[in-house]
Design a protein around this ligand. Structure first.
Ligand code: ATP
Ligand code: MG
Length: 365
């Protein structure tokens, strides 16, 4: 019988700001689910500060502050340090070593063809060859992050699929080139609910993103949430209450698809049985945006209330947050060091270890 592959999860976030509800539905929710799945041997969640610096190198204070805030976000949504190692990317130097070796296996044209890279270059206004090399090569660094832990599964939003494909190519190329099955091909783990694959922004843009300023943060207080929801993009053709409205592409309904729970109607809008009934009324006409937005506010506020409470606790106990990161980073270093040793052995650059075996002597290095 074939050996059962160990199940290992890795994923992460760029500390370029606090986390938002797009992160939650796209990735955090799946992490919480896997964290409670006993068949997973190890779960790693990385704060990708080195990656954040590739396009924020001139704003180190923002990255530094966000590292802490993202860690607080993790703990506030329920990532549990007893089950999940949370760590800081730049504090695991083995990841950067791996990147250097993987760079030999990837061509410039292959990175240029990566659709996520293309999109992100455009978003950041990097034109032609003026892109910083560090930013350009971040898909390779992302492959290091994933393979260093021999991750079998990576819960991320849909925008990350090209990164996973690039990683699998690097794995195959490495194992083929060096003749050993050292690295493991990862699978993406997408949300099953279509609305969550790429949650749109409050302004109706295709993706909620820190860089676009169209976010609802997990840390938003009640008033901020109310203001953001009440000014959200809906159907621009739905001018009067009586007009028939569109549900597709209407961000308020997309958020409802992502967040409504079985008891939400009973609690906050009992005149409707479920979301299908609400949508049907909106399509027919006679249902105003304000009513739907108030309902969405209630649903999101219920979701965010316990997260805000936990956040207040961790902000008052920063040493607990730091301890979690210390322990997580230590564990991440140990695992990454094991993979790096395997990589070096396969690449025949494990000189001292090899010489020690050859000459039967310990070399102190
Ligand atoms: P930045 O603008 O700095 O790139 P971001 O908001 O895109 O930030 P990332 O840190 O790049 O966030 O993404 C972290 C994870 O969250 C990734 O797995 C990504 O796919 C997921 N994610 C981010 N935004 C969304 C979204 N709007 N819908 C679903 N998943 C998302
Ligand atoms: Mg991003």
């Amino acid at each position: 019988m074939a050996e059962q592959k160990k199940k290992i999860m890795l994923t992460g976030d760029r500390p370029t700001g606090r986390l938002h509800i797009g992160h939650y539905v796209g990735s955090l929710r799946q992490r919480l689910e896997l964290q409670d799945d006993p068949s997973y041997e190890k779960i790693f969640v990385m704060i990708a500060d080195a990656q954040a610096l590739t396009d924020n190198f001139d704003d180190p204070e923002k990255v530094r502050e966000s590292v802490f805030q993202v860690a607080v976000d993790y703990l506030s949504v329920g990532l549990d340090p007893a089950k999940t190692y949370m760590f800081i990317q730049s504090a695991v130097p083995q990841l950067h070593e791996l990147t250097v070796y993987y760079m030999n296996l990837v061509t410039v044209s292959r990175v240029q063809r990566n659709p996520t890279v293309k999109q992100e270059l455009k978003l950041r206004g990097f034109e032609g060859e003026s892109v910083p090399v560090g930013f350009f090569t971040y898909p390779i660094s992302q492959a290091s992050d994933i393979t260093a832990f021999k991750a079998t599964i990576v819960p991320v939003g849909e925008d990350q699929e090209p990164m996973l494909e690039q990683t699998r190519e690097i794995v195959r190329s490495f194992n083929r080139t060096y003749g050993k099955e050292v690295l493991v091909e990862p699978e993406i783990y997408l949300p099953s609910n279509e609305a969550c694959l790429r949650l749109p922004g409050t302004d109706g843009q295709a993706k909620m993103s820190k860089s676009l300023g169209n976010t609802i943060y997990l840390s938003d207080d009640e008033e901020t949430l109310r203001k953001k929801v009440m000014s959200m993009f809906t159907d621009p053709g739905h001018l009067r209450v009586d007009d028939p409205g569109k549900v597709e592409g209407n961000t308020v309904f997309t958020y409802l698809d992502a967040f409504v729970k079985p008891d939400s109607f009973e609690k906050y809008l009992p005149e409707y049985k479920d979301l299908d009934e609400l949508k049907a009324h909106y399509r027919r006409g006679g249902l105003g945006d304000v009513k739907v937005k108030k309902f969405l506010f209630a649903v999101l506020n219920e979701f965010l209330t316990p997260i805000r409470e936990k956040r207040a606790y961790y902000e008052a106990h920063p040493e607990e947050v730091i301890r979690v990161l210390t322990e997580g980073t230590q564990a991440a270093r140990e695992t990454a060091a094991e993979t790096l040793a395997d990589v070096k052995e396969a690449m025949r650059i494990d000189y001292f270890k090899g010489w020690a075996e050859q000459y039967g002597e310990e070399f102190d290095i």
